[in-house]
Design a protein around this ligand. Structure first.
Ligand code: NAD
Length: 497
């Protein structure tokens, strides 16, 4: 029996209370093992639902269904324009159901419901709208060949095939859309594997896909553990590509598992994103921007601004300002519309973050504010600022994935020296630069090794902007035109005339 969650609307509560199976070939089915996985509300620790614990045999069925839908049937026969129309319908239905989806995401992931509606559902539907337009515009080009003779040469851009889309728990709807929207636009089919911690919104998404008319087998969902369902998908000879978002450790496992049939792999992995604050920054905008960059979604954001490099002349003022902002956060259950900061995702995550704080203290970092757990129920912790950190400390090097800022000052105005410190990381996902000096901002933007560089803002996402990482933050890019390329193969056709 599931727990009633106070504050949930009737549609969201009835969806959560329903029995959850797998969605394979257009049908809802139980998993072969019959086992389930508890789904917890991270704000209370209570079990709110149970998802099916899929396994390798379920993956086999899902891959067969996705293959059949890709090779034959209505999806394979559709024009790009027809696929685009369906994606638009999907996006519009997501918008109509925004309140319900935001509630599901709030209770499953610990997100403030107002943010979930604006960011998770809002960005998700924008992504589908954006790629609905792409669906009718994917094409090759004519090519002028260099060898002597008379030829007609051109390229075709064709869908890569059956895609396994493996997502993490921090933004289930958005990070699934990063994969699903472009792969649908180009005509691929998908098996989605949500995180075992947050499967609910993806299951609801599949219901909506069914309702708007995606043919059977185009979108399949297999819930379950990563080492079972995720691993089986990454190894499967019937899968043509894995599009993965998650940790670096899992990314490495996927690369190894994918070698069997040398499937295409794109990886969106972790980050340790620096924020560089120059002495001339507009502090009225910069300070709340920095606070948002680190505390948004409790710091459980791959691009969270976790390393702060701030000029010594404004160091104390900036840190005091961020601490002040952190005191203004309303920490509580995501379903409370006043809440601006929810819990961490799990007890494990809370312990992991606390472990990093202990290491930071032992290495000599100074706790400016925060550092403690809040209450006993759920997995809440205080927004935390560590000052006096150095580039060598564990808190400056590891992805903490919690609301913990590691700050340090710099006195040198040499842009190369500043960029070198920002680049001193195995990660290269994102960075932000805060200054009124346009020239310095763009010079630094060139020098920083990161897939996204933001100027006077942080955590800005748009489906038109390619997203992904340098170095160990990943392989390839999602979003924008780049995603169309990664979900297609290019065929060169050349006729002798
Ligand atoms: P994770 O790597 O533990 O899990 C991600 C997904 O992989 C889950 O669905 C999980 O079940 C699955 N998985 C686990 N083991 C697997 C295996 N052996 N084979 C295949 N799949 C497996 O990551 P997480 O804890 O869910 O998410 C947090 C991580 O995700 C952080 O490192 C964060 O930086 C990263 N992330 C990156 C981006 C990005 O776009 N670069 C965005 C969000 C999160």
């Amino acid at each position: 029996m599931n727990v009633h969650v106070p504050g949930l609307s009737t549609p969201a509560q009835s969806f959560i209370d329903a029995a959850h199976g797998l969605y394979i070939g257009g049908a809802w089915t139980p998993c072969d093992s019959g086992e389930t996985i508890d789904v917890l509300d991270p704000a209370t620790g209570a079990v709110i639902a149970r998802s099916a614990a899929g396994g390798a045999s379920d993956v086999d069925k899902a891959v067969a269904a996705a293959r059949q839908a890709f090779e034959s049937g209505p999806w394979a026969a559709m024009t790009g324009l027809q696929r685009g129309r369906l994606i638009t319908k999907f996006a519009e239905r997501l918008e109509e159901l925004a309140d319900e989806l935001a509630e599901i995401e709030a209770v499953d992931c610990g997100k403030p419901v107002t943010y979930a509606k604006y960011v998770d559902v809002g960005l998700t539907s924008t992504i589908y709208h954006y790629y609905s337009g792409w669906a009718s515009k994917v094409s090759g080009e004519t090519v002028g060949v260099s060898m002597p003779g008379d030829f007609h040469a051109y390229t075709l851009r064709e869908p890569v095939g059956v895609v396994a889309a493996i997502a993490p728990w921090n933004f289930p709807l958005v990070l699934t859309a990063y994969k699903l929207a472009p792969l649908l636009a180009v005509g691929c089919t998908a098996i989605i594997k949500p995180s075992e911690l947050t499967p609910l919104s993806t299951l609801r998404l599949a219901q909506i896909a069914e309702e708007v008319g995606f043919p059977p087998g185009v979108i399949n969902v297999v819930t379950g553990y990563g080492h079972e369902v995720g691993q089986a998908l990454a190894e499967h000879p019937g899968v043509d590509k894995v599009a993965f978002t998650g940790s670096l450790e899992t990314g490495r496992k996927i690369v190894h598992a994918a070698t069997g049939n040398l499937k295409r792999v794109t990886l969106e992995l972790g980050g340790k994103s620096p924020m560089i604050v120059m002495p001339d920054a507009d502090l009225e905008k910069t300070i709340p921007g920095l606070a948002q960059a680190i505390f948004f979604h409790q710091g459980q954001v791959c691009t969270a601004g976790t390393r702060l490099y701030v000029h010594k002349s404004i160091h104390d003022q900036v840190l005091e300002g961020i601490a002040e902002c952190s005191k203004g956060l309303k920490i509580g259950h995501g379903l409370d519309p006043e809440t601006t900061m929810g819990p961490l995702i799990s007890s494990n995550q809370l312990q992991k973050v606390m472990g990093y704080l202990d290491e930071g203290r032992a290495e000599g970092a100074e706790m400016v504010t925060g550092g403690g757990r809040i209450g006993e129920a759920g997995y809440f912790m205080e927004p935390t600022i560590l000052a006096g950190t150095t580039d060598e400390m564990s808190v400056s090097r590891n992805e903490i994935f919690g609301p913990v800022l590691a700050a340090q000052g710099f006195g040198d105005d040499d842009l190369d020296a500043i960029a070198a410190r920002a680049n001193d990381s195995v990660y290269g996902l994102a960075a932000s630069i805060w200054t009124r000096d346009i020239s310095a901002a763009h010079k630094l933007a060139k020098k920083v090794k990161a897939g996204s560089v933001w100027i006077n803002q942080h955590n800005f996402y748009d489906p038109a902007l390619p997203f992904g990482g340098y170095k160990q933050s990943g392989w390839g890019r999602e979003e924008g035109a780049e995603a169309i390329r990664t979900f297609t193969e290019v065929k060169a056709v050349c006729a002798a005339l």
